[in-house]
Design a binder for this molecule. Structure first.
Ligand SMILES: Cc1cc2nc3c(=O)[nH]c(=O)nc-3n(C[C@H](O)[C@H](O)[C@H](O)COP(=O)(O)OP(=O)(O)OC[C@H]3O[C@@H](n4cnc5c(N)ncnc54)[C@H](O)[C@@H]3O)c2cc1C
Length: 443
């Protein structure tokens, strides 16, 4: 039997939050589309996170504009499954045409004719446009320094689920962004001896003067920052919604029993060496923390906001022993450490996307998600248009921009197809003749 070929105007790859937002906006402007998802809707929230994970932002903030969480207090933090359920409900609400269990294996541009041929695990599609919504965090990254030791269990934070999953013994957690710091805290509370390797980080206060940091970053325009500040490329953000939400405070973690160490530099057998940068990293994290308090105070004063003062937020406790006298080298076997968790971030993986949409380093080349390969769009990538782009509240707005771009392009093509002289300028609604569009839409 010949393999089936289906035709569609716009094909969206991935049904996480990005693919669902894209579908909502395409649906609103009447673009025939399909969303292909290799697993289930919001699969990464369902199975790609540890068991106890809750959203880093409160439910009033970490959501799409058009629907609230049904079962989470707006100031509370949705669990990972509540986030996944939210997106399933959202997809139903907007009637998103999602096909689950279908993996996109290859996309190539058609030669001498419009569009792309998309090979999937369930047949071939012909599509005029492809929106890549496969996530900002696809391939777990473990740095090359990782040792090859039979004495150690090593996993990436993407594969961490709970303390019981690890063999008895101490744990070295490498990386102190939101994942590393939350996992280290959970392990220590479960009775493990924990070493936490801390690099450069930002650590905004969970809340200040009665407002969550998400609110402060919003009113201060920080979520809308279009480019990362120079020198911040390797700086992670350490925030947590765990246990009702709290400010990440490395000194508190140390007083609780976690041993803080500097950046993990190298391994020689079972002996790990740490950089001498711990105190500096902690101090720079404090600077970031205090600078947000300053900016918040200035904003409140300038706008006459009647918010309660919170002077105690500026009290920074004394450095613990592990910061003043840091461990620079540790024999993991002697220290009883049996596991390493690499909370060291992710890379993207576009091997299946065989189009001219990348720069010489293989990074997607685009402007606000509109790639240099006409018809190919990226959505959900970090800093796609602004700081908020890879987050729930940011991706929805980027999807709208891409949908607008698609609508404009369809208008141009409608003009091309419309019999002269009836065609109008490609921008106005009147340029679209519905009968012409259905011809164009291949669907
Ligand atoms: C630990 C962690 C906690 C986070 N917490 C928050 C938070 O609290 N708030 C917040 O706003 N953001 C948070 N984020 C960031 C971001 O919101 C998530 O990473 C989110 O999952 C990104 O959504 P997405 O739709 O862009 O990508 P994903 O959720 O990764 O969805 C992509 C989808 O594409 C599918 N897919 C991939 N390749 C193919 C293919 N070839 N064919 C078909 N389907 C494919 C995948 O199965 C997946 O379902 C967190 C991220 C991590 C890692």
């Amino acid at each position: 039997m010949a393999a089936k070929t289906m035709s569609i105007d716009t094909l969206v790859v991935g049904a996480g939050q990005a693919g669902i937002a894209m579908s909502e906006h395409l649906g609103k402007i009447g673009v025939p589309h399909v969303v292909l998802e290799r697993a289930r809707i919001a699969e990464r929230w369902r199975t790609g996170r540890w068991d106890s994970l809750v959203a880093n932002g409160p439910a009033w903030h970490d959501r799409f504009p058009n629907m609230e969480f049904a079962d989470v207090d707006p100031d509370g933090f949705a669990s990972k499954d509540q986030v996944a359920d939210y997106f399933v409900a959202y997809a139903q609400k907007v009637d998103a045409p999602i096909r689950t269990g279908v993996e996109v294996k290859k996309v190539v541009r058609n030669a001498g004719r419009q569009g792309f041929t998309v090979e999937t695990s369930d047949g071939t599609y012909e599509a005029n446009r492809v929106v890549v919504a496969t996530g900002p965090f696809q391939r777990p990254l473990i740095p090359a320094v990782a040792p090859t030791s039979e004495h150690l269990t090593q996993i990436h934070s993407a594969d961490y689920r709970n303390p019981q999953q690890l063999p008895e013994g101490g744990v070295l957690v490498v990386g102190a962004g939101s994942s590393g710091v939350q996992i280290a805290d959970e392990l220590q509370r479960a009775g493990r001896q924990v070493y936490l390797s801390v690099g450069p980080h930002d650590r905004p206060p969970r809340g200040y003067r009665g407002r969550d940091f998400c609110w402060w970053l919003g009113v201060l325009g920080e979520w809308d920052a279009e480019v990362m500040r120079p020198g911040k490329e390797h700086v992670t953000i350490a925030v947590s919604g765990a246990r009702g939400g709290h400010t990440v405070d490395f000194r508190r973690l140390a007083h609780q029993g976690v041993t803080l160490v500097g950046l993990t530099k190298s391994f020689d057998g079972n002996v790990v060496t740490f950089d001498s940068d711990l105190a500096n990293n902690i101090a720079r994290g404090d600077e970031n923390y205090l600078s947000l308090l300053d900016a918040a105070d200035a904003y409140a004063a300038r706008n006459g906001l009647d918010l309660p003062d919170e002077p105690q937020a500026r009290v920074i406790p004394a450095d613990p022993e592990c910061v003043t006298n840091p461990v620079r080298s540790l024999d993991l076997v002697d220290a009883g450490v049996t596991s390493i968790i690499w909370a060291t971030g992710y890379a993207v993986d576009f091997g299946w996307l065989q189009v001219d949409a990348f720069d010489e380093k293989g990074k997607p080349k685009h402007q606000r998600g509109v790639s240099k390969e006409p018809g190919v769009y990226f959505l959900g990538l970090p800093w796609l248009s602004r700081r908020g782009s890879a987050f729930i509240w940011g991706v929805w707005h980027d999807a709208k921009h891409i949908a607008d771009h698609i609508a404009t392009q369809r208008n141009y093509l409608a003009y091309y197809d419309a019999p002269y002289p009836h065609a109008e300028a490609p921008h106005g609604e009147s340029a679209i003749d519905a009968s012409k569009l259905s011809e164009l839409n291949l669907s």
